[in-house]
Design a protein around this ligand. Structure first.
Ligand code: PHE
Length: 451
């Protein structure tokens, strides 16, 4: 029997989990959701969710992985064949996310290059550059393929180790840059009002849709409810503390999102002048339209700052995309009992075809508007994975552990390596609060759609 690979220590796990967690979710997705859903109201909801539900589920998934020594499907199946479907459902999520993740990755790659090729002025034209690019019939596909090629090369050559070490330098660099640019942005006229919009909750903005979006964002950003953390947990050593590891990952991921949100929401506020105007404009394009307008005002530094910023975001996106692709490869390999090379081939074919199809939603197939006027297929893929599938997988996981295998199974596993003084609170969370929250939110949300 081949011995199962394991992390070289606690920090190797934290690093790998952080590399998977910190990505476009923090830099691109969180800021536009915060802008869209009333700034501070969204931020507060998100913070509360991360430190209650999020960290609890992160602990559950890693402990489940370590206990069973299996990835998602095997982990659920080891408690009985009939539970495998939860793992299968979880495994469906990265198949939906990866193709469109690579499209956004392509946008970031394009922008990194464009700062050098086209210059900062060309990008700061209120959105025409961006729209022209994503609706192009050739160029948008090329950059998607460039990003995918980078991901496949790393996964194919198995050079992940080096990438993750580089991450150790790039990630702090990204944070320092983001803080620096945030401070610069805050000195612009009107930016402080933007920061206040971002920081001050306005409870009249609270809605089921806000909560479901915050919840979906939390799963997405922490790489939860899609089997990944179960797999990562399965590589963990019995002596490494799960509780301290997951808290660190939660803090780190939240910190990056917080800064990115502060930067982008304040900048958007400067551009349009009011919270409502920001909310009305916020969407997947926010980062690509707002930031170039801030960068261009930096004069001689604009090119280098713009280039560096997108390069670092590109790096964060790459490490996450690699984690997603690795997951797909292992699902296909286990499912089809084939070699890794064959599995990789299948994954590449799938991601390229699905990515091209979703990308066509911005050009050739833009008449398809699955979520109503102005929506794209990318919005739809994002919606199905984040607002539908992941909450359902999280619900099933909590019910499964809370009521079927019983919380004690997980608590015992956690206690193998550390104290777990919050075991009581955790149990209440997993057994009652989390499932009820997900059900109430899903029902309220569906009712609001049809009401
Ligand atoms: N968490 C990543 C992000 O925030 C996305 C991701 C999800 C990566 C699942 C890997 C697995 O961008």
């Amino acid at each position: 029997m081949e011995k199962r690979a394991s992390w070289s220590g606690k920090w190797a796990f934290i690093l790998a989990a952080a590399a998977s967690a910190v990505g476009l979710g923090n830099m691109w997705r969180f800021p536009y959701l915060a802008a869209k859903y009333g700034g501070g109201t969204f931020l507060l909801t998100y913070v509360v969710l991360v430190f209650t539900f999020g960290v609890s589920l992160l602990l559950l998934e890693t402990a489940l992985g370590r206990k069973t020594g299996q990835s998602a499907i095997g982990a659920f199946k080891s408690f009985g064949k009939k539970y495998a479907f939860i793992g299968i459902l979880a495994s469906a999520v990265p198949f939906i996310i990866t193709p469109y993740y690579c499209i956004i990755g392509g946008w970031v790659t394009k922008y990194t290059a464009a700062y050098l090729v086209n210059g900062p002025e060309a990008l700061a034209d209120g959105g025409d550059f961006f729209t022209g690019f994503i609706t192009s019939n050739v160029e948008s596909y090329i950059w998607m393929l460039v990003f995918m090629a980078l991901v496949f090369i790393v996964v194919g050559l198995g050079v992940k180790g080096g990438i993750e070490k580089a991450n150790l330098i790039m990630m702090p660099a990204l944070i320092i840059m983001a803080i620096g640019i945030a401070i610069y942005t805050l000195t612009m006229p009107g930016a402080v009002d933007g920061a206040l919009y971002y920081l001050t909750p306005d409870f009249s903005k609270f809605s089921p849709e806000l909560v479901i979006s915050a919840l979906g964002q939390m799963f997405y950003s922490l790489s939860l409810a899609m089997g990944i953390m179960i797999t990562y947990g399965s590589y963990m050593r019995k002596q490494d503390s799960l509780t301290s590891s997951v808290t660190r990952i939660g803090f780190f991921d939240l910190g990056v999102s917080f800064i990115a949100g502060l930067l982008i929401v304040s900048a958007a506020f400067v551009a349009v002048g009011s919270g409502d105007a920001v909310a009305a404009k916020a969407g997947p394009s926010l980062m690509f339209i707002t930031l170039p307008n801030v960068f261009v005002d930096m004069g001689g530094m604009a090119t280098i700052i713009g280039f560096l910023f997108f390069l670092l975001v590109l790096f964060a996106a790459l490490t996450s995309a690699i984690s997603l692709t690795e997951t797909l490869v292992s699902i296909v390999q286990d499912g089809m009992k084939c070699t890794r090379a064959k599995a990789l081939g299948i994954v590449i074919a799938f991601v390229v075809v699905a990515g091209a199809l979703v990308n066509a939603g911005y050009n050739g197939l833009s008449f398809i508007e699955p979520l109503g006027e102005g929506s794209s297929m990318l919005d739809f893929a994002d919606f199905i994975s984040n607002s539908v599938l992941m909450p359902i997988v999280a619900l099933l996981t909590c019910v499964f552990v809370g009521w079927i295998v019983k919380p004690k199974t997980i608590i015992d596993e956690v206690r193998v390596s550390s104290k777990f003084s919050l075991a009581g609170a955790w149990t209440v969370m997993i057994k009652y609060i989390a499932p009820v929250l997900v059900v109430v939110i899903l029902v309220a949300y569906v009712a609001a759609q049809f009401g």
